[in-house]
Design a protein around this ligand. Structure first.
Ligand code: PMV
Length: 349
């Protein structure tokens, strides 16, 4: 793979790099990965990167003599040894492609603008922010490193930390996983959606209703594994593939109703997969269902373009065109606020 970095290099002995990366919400969901390969998805997915919900990471590096992996992590100002196993596993995996990682002591200082492990993809924004920081270091080693390579490799590295993180490298609509109808799509790194998109899909609000801010009980890594023996897995992958084709034409034509129905179907399919896996789980909370039904009733009666999607958790993302922001936001605060712990007024980048 052309992402190897194994040359001899020279670099300042100490330094610091900082990057910010946004969370993302998938429209076509990634759920299930190949058994004996590292983070290779079983269907292609597409997401919007999100404004207002992001991770900022500062990576401090200090040259050392002994070649090994050495990392300390500080989250919101406090040292977090509980994050270390995942970070060390990530560094270990990617050190194959970034051999220089073994030559430094690293200190990671990071914070999110939203609760971590709450169903808002904190691993996506945090792993992509870290991957971008690592690429900033690589850029210091290779002065000729091109921008295109910088982002491709950042996405490739982020994927090895958390699958959906590879999509957070870019703003806008981002695709990950090979799909026959999407030029440049591949399983190794994400790519910006390459086709024309109707203007209605270039300015979309995403109001996130935090219904549960406790850390997730079921990690997505465990959930992906459950797809290996899932009775409906094969049909799910076929369906995701078809839904991607449908979405391509919807994005071109600009039909918001079809878009909304497709993303709601995808969200409920993701939850149906976890509900019918063995062992089975339920991410939704009573208030998730109350929100969904209230949105459906409101849509029927007001004819407004407001649709939901869900991530691996209880929280609800409400997507609607920016033109309808004032009236819809007013309605959200009056009719949905009582079901939520918090409302995050985000938007699709
Ligand atoms: O990136 P992971 O391994 O945490 O998987 C997350 C998958 C979903 O967020 C549920 C869907 C998606 O495509 O983002």
């Amino acid at each position: 793979m052309f992402f190897f970095y194994k040359k001899k290099y020279s670099i300042d002995s100490n330094g610091v790099v900082t990057r910010k990366s946004h969370s993302n919400i998938a429209l076509i969901k990634y759920w299930g990965k190949h058994k004996n390969k590292i983070q290779i998805p079983l269907n292609s997915s597409i997401s919007y990167s999100l404004g207002e919900v992001y991770t900022v990471t500062r990576l401090i590096y200090q040259k050392k003599k002994k070649r090994n992996l050495s990392v300390r992590v500080f989250f919101s100002g406090k040292e977090k040894t509980s994050f270390l196993p995942k970070i060390l596993e990530f560094f270990n995996r990617i050190s194959y492609y970034c051999s220089y990682l073994r030559d430094y002591n690293f200190i990671i200082e990071t914070y999110n603008t939203f609760p971590h492990s709450s169903g808002i993809a904190s691993s996506a924004s945090s792993m992509s922010a870290l991957a971008l920081c690592i690429m900033e270091i690589e850029k210091k080693l290779v002065s000729s490193l091109k921008e295109d390579f910088f982002f491709k490799k950042a996405s490739f590295l982020a994927r090895l930390g958390s699958g959906s993180a590879c999509r957070s490298i870019y703003p806008g609509l981002v695709v990950w996983g090979y799909h026959q109808s999407i030029k440049g799509s591949n399983n190794f790194y994400a790519t910006p959606y390459p086709y024309k998109v109707h203007s209605i899909f270039t300015k979309i609000e995403d109001t996130i209703l935090i219904i549960d801010d406790e850390p997730k009980k079921i990690l997505s890594s465990k959930g992906h594994q459950l797809m290996h023996h899932h009775p409906y897995a094969r049909e799910r992958f076929k369906c995701a593939n078809k839904n991607m084709n449908k979405l391509i034409s919807i994005l071109k034509i600009g039909d918001f109703q079809e878009f909304g129905e497709l993303i709601e179907h995808e969200a409920l399919t993701l939850h149906a997969m976890i509900m019918t896996s063995s062992p089975y789980f339920l991410w939704m909370k009573p208030n998730t269902l109350k929100v969904i039904h209230t949105v459906w009733d409101f849509r029927k009666q007001s004819k407004k373009n407001i649709y939901f999607t869900l991530d691996a958790g209880a929280n609800v993302h409400l997507l609607y065109p920016v033109q309808e922001k004032t009236s819809i936001l007013k309605w959200i605060y009056s009719d949905l606020f009582s079901y939520c712990k918090k409302i995050i007024e985000s938007f699709c980048l």
